[in-house]
Design a protein. Structure first.
Length: 391
């Protein structure tokens, strides 16, 4: 996401991008193939003594906090020499992690930042103990963020903030953001749309369903398995492919056996992105039962391949998927969600023409609204409307 936002800003403006030193090699390799004359990359890391303890998902957040402090002083020195017109915090995509760039004497754009989405409490009963602890800690952190002076400073100093979902938009407003627009961090390139095959399988007596993502409790793959089991009882030739890995994998495999799904469910593991796109195109529908994603790149990728999406009416997927491009079901309780997801899958299995119609509309929606070039044009308009107006 950071790379594509940098590319798009550089289409219209001269931009200095501050990023970590460990990104230097892949960035320079990409620049060799795709030069960006208007983009200047500045690499920064904390001293070695402050880096050794950063490990995995949990160490990255405190490290990131300190890194943000460090880049403020770097950005201030650069501003004294270059005289920037705007500071823009692009990533991390998380509203409760602070940015210190708004302290600079510049118009400040925050986002898109997510993280305001929540799993409905009724679904907590289906989580593992690990999942319940995670949700409790996540909610605690977000509550405490309301009192974090640096988070509130970033929100209040933002000339404009960007949120991928209405849930995050409301949280940013409560933190003090005056102007918040909805803008998803999810997009695909025009080239990816061109190479995505969109041929639909001809027969409709069965359905090949696919889900992609990390096997985490809040991804809702247990709901997907239960919904598929109901579909399978009416359409026994149907298949469910799951791509990914994570701490919930064993639990999901056990559930698949308990549901007596046999070889109808295939756990394909982690695959290279090119193979993921091929597998999506070989299926009929993407099932995304996530409970609190702020965005979903796989939804955009499936829609680009003319595959309808079935999802819960929550978070980023519900914002991205229109009624013309898929089926969104309410998330009131696990039992209700499973029934409604299964009903949506059965509808698509029985209506081949309707499935193709949804797929075509999905692809058209991505072409019209969800390409990186479209986002770049929108962002350029935003800069013109707000930054130049402040001069």
């Amino acid at each position: 996401m950071g790379w594509n936002f940098a590319r798009q800003i550089a289409r219209f403006h001269e931009v200095w991008i501050i990023t970590r030193t460990n990104n230097r090699q892949p960035i320079e390799a990409q620049l060799a193939a795709e030069p960006l004359p208007s983009a200047h990359f500045v690499y920064f890391d904390l001293p070695r003594w402050a880096r050794f303890w950063k490990r995995g998902r949990y160490g990255i957040r405190p490290y990131y906090f300190l890194w943000q402090i460090g880049i403020y002083f770097l950005a201030r020195r650069l501003h004294g020499r270059i005289h920037f017109d705007v500071a823009h915090h692009v990533t991390f995509v998380n509203f409760w992690l602070p940015s210190f760039l708004p302290v600079l004497p510049l118009p400040f754009v925050l986002g898109p930042v997510g993280g305001g989405e929540s799993a409905p409490l009724a679904f907590w009963c289906s989580f593992s103990l690990r999942g319940k602890i995670y949700e409790l800690l996540r909610d605690t952190v977000r509550i405490l963020a309301q009192f974090n002076p640096f988070v509130r400073l970033a929100a209040r100093r933002a000339t404009v903030a960007l949120a991928p979902t209405d849930e995050t938009r409301k949280r940013l407003k409560r933190l003090g953001c005056k102007t918040v627009y909805l803008l998803s961090q999810v997009a695909v390139t025009e080239n990816e749309i061109r190479i995505c095959p969109d041929a639909s399988r001809d027969h409709c007596e069965s359905l090949r369903v696919v889900s992609v993502g990390r096997f985490l409790h809040w991804k809702g793959f247990d709901l997907g398995l239960r919904a598929f089991a109901l579909l399978h009882s009416h359409h026994p030739a149907s298949e469910y492919w799951l791509m990914g890995d994570g701490p919930e994998k064993h639990r999901l495999e056990v559930l698949a056996r308990k549901l007596h799904l046999g070889d109808s469910v295939k756990f394909l593991g982690n695959l290279p992105r090119e193979q993921v796109l091929e597998k999506i195109a070989a299926c009929d529908v993407l099932l995304n039962p996530s409970l609190h994603d702020s965005g979903s790149f796989v939804c955009a990728e499936a829609m680009a391949a003319a595959r309808p999406v079935v999802c819960l009416e929550l978070g980023g997927p519900a914002t991205l998927v229109t009624k013309q491009a898929g089926i969104k079901v309410p998330a009131i309780s696990p039992a209700q969600a499973v029934r409604d997801l299964a009903a949506a899958l059965r509808q698509l299995a029985q209506d081949h023409a309707g499935r193709k119609r949804l797929g075509r509309a999905a692809r058209q929606h991505v072409e019209d609204h969800c390409t990186w070039n479209r986002k770049g044009e929108w962002l350029n308009h935003l800069y013109s409307a707000y930054i130049h107006a402040s001069e």
